[in-house]
Design a protein around this ligand. Sequence first.
Ligand code: FE
Length: 212
Amino acid sequence: MACKIDPMKMEKDGILTRRSFLAASLIVSDVLFGSSLGREALAATVELEPTPACAEGDDVTPPQTAGPFYKPRSPERKSLLEPGIHGTKIVLEGNVRSTKCKPIQRALIDFWQADGNGAYDNAGYRLRGHQFADGAGKYRLETVVPGLYPGRTRHFHVRVQAPNRPVLTTQLYFPDEPGNKRDSIFNPKLVMARRGSGESQVASFDFVLDLG
Ligand code: FE
């Protein structure tokens, strides 16, 4: 029944936006004045309920060591897939933004990683590549799930740089990876969200840079 909706309780529960408050108020009006408008408004609002993608004051992405396998001058490319690569396909995607929630257009993002067998290519540039975030600060990389090598949990390496700003060097980790607990430099703030399975996996991570 519409009359069971209590706007004050919804606000207390943290689920009330300005729009849903309006809709809930209309439901109350509905009860009082016999209109169906409120019910329709609330239904529309529920569908549109936003999950904030960014909150001002979010933590900056923490730095991590580059490790021994970084090589400068990687090729510019959005797919690291090529014939003969070992590993399960995965897409890595997300945003680069400032602590003030501003997308960072043309941010440089340079990835390097082990292949599915845990091996880095130190002679050439396999599974190494950089790209620039688009006009909305978004990036997307096609690659493979990095394999494990002794002493480390599963990870990507990345360097991120806003135009004319210092480089952030860090690493990204997989959720529910058993090795996370045993890796002394693992940082839970650097865990990607992961969805899909098999060859249709997508991992996502938003880089947050402090531009002052
Ligand atoms: Fe590594």
